[in-house]
Design a protein around this ligand. Structure first.
Ligand SMILES: NC(=O)C1=CN([C@@H]2O[C@H](COP(=O)(O)OP(=O)(O)OC[C@H]3O[C@@H](n4cnc5c(N)ncnc54)[C@H](O)[C@@H]3O)[C@@H](O)[C@H]2O)C=CC1
Ligand SMILES: O=C(O)C(=O)Cc1ccc(O)cc1
Length: 294
């Protein structure tokens, strides 16, 4: 049971955690913190939080669990603002999409890596943002990755694990570096492809006509291009090296595909598409098996 949860950034991710813990009966008091009054008023009205403040120091006062769910570019200032205000038994965790930058920001803000810091990342979300987009079921049967640092005490990791499990999530642990490599491939790269495709098509002067004739595949493929631009700018800046490596490797794959198409090499195309279909079918089957065995 969490005595007091401080949610810094009450949007999709922070709001959904608050709602899920409330629904599970795992938290006594939830304090929200952010910059925008309208969003925090809405959070209060929806019952997502019990009270709010714009002052991070005040929000974390007496909290035994502090959850940061602000864009990655706002993490460092948030850590700095809580310094000196944290309770003795406080655990600090976050939901940021990339982890090395969060660890570096915490170290810079606190002057050392805190032993009660458990960086985390729920692999769950949508293209929507703000507290009104949040919902209690977001983390049910979804994965959460924790990346404890070399100074994190096991008890802090255990408390954060228990928090996510209470929301119905499956928790795994890995190194910060491994997390950032894997997520660059499976999440950050696909978002770049969606943003890049929609932007390229929208800039063509015939775009009205192009979008009018787009089919369901275009809608499926580009849903994530409706995601929050500030959040994604920050992810790219935070995970720049891994993401640019992935993008370059992918650009090479696309060039090869273009050459194969230009050469009219149908056999090779069939080989590539069959391999991809097999891999995707296996992935989807795996998801279904996971769900039916739960
Ligand atoms: N959107 C998604 O699907 C997922 C997002 N994440 C991560 O979760 C974090 C939050 O993302 P969302 O909840 O989607 O965003 P959001 O836009 O819904 O919520 C962010 C909240 O932080 C507040 N905020 C922004 N700048 C701030 C600052 N400088 N100081 C204090 N508060 C500030 C905003 O007012 C907003 O309420 C990000 O770090 C993102 O990388 C992780 C998994 C999925
Ligand atoms: O909208 C979707 O499908 C997503 O992929 C959401 C998402 C965005 C960022 C993350 O770090 C994790 C999940």
């Amino acid at each position: 049971m969490i005595r007091k949860l401080a949610v810094i950034g009450v949007g999709l991710i922070g709001g959904s955690l608050a709602r899920a813990l409330r629904k599970a009966g795992e938290v006594r008091e939830i304090v929200g913190c952010g910059r925008g009054k309208a969003n925090l008023e809405k959070a209060l009205e929806l019952g997502v939080i019990d009270s709010y403040t714009h002052d991070i120091g005040e929000a974390v006062e007496g909290a035994d669990m502090v959850f940061l769910a602000v864009p990655l570019g706002a993490m460092k200032d948030a850590f700095a603002a809580m310094k000196g205000h944290l309770a003795e038994d406080a655990v600090i965790t976050d939901g940021g999409s990339s982890k090395a930058s969060v660890v570096a920001d915490a170290e810079a803000a606190f002057g050392e890596l805190p032993s009660n810091l458990v960086p985390g990342h729920p692999i769950a979300g949508t293209e929507r943002n703000g507290v009104e987009a949040s919902f209690a079921e977001l983390y049910e049967d979804r994965r959460v990755i924790l990346t404890p640092t070399e100074t994190t005490v096991p008890e802090a990791t255990a408390r954060v694990r228990a928090m996510w499990e209470a929301c119905g999530a499956e928790v795994s642990e890995m190194s910060v570096e491994h997390h950032d490599e894997v997520l660059a491939a499976t999440s950050h790269l696909p978002h770049m492809l969606a943003f890049g495709l929609v932007d390229a098509l929208a800039r063509m002067k015939e775009n009205d006509e192009i979008f009018r004739y787009a089919a369901g595949g275009f809608r499926d493929f580009t849903r994530i291009a409706s995601s929050n631009p500030i959040m994604w700018r920050d992810v790219c800046v935070a995970n720049g090296p891994a993401l640019s490596r992935m993008l370059s490797a992918f650009a090479e794959e696309m060039n090869e595909l273009a050459q194969t198409i230009a050469a009219g090499d149908g056999d090779h195309l069939l080989e590539v598409f069959s391999r991809a279909k097999e891999a995707r079918d296996r992935y989807v089957d795996g998801l279904q098996t996971e769900q039916s065995s739960e």
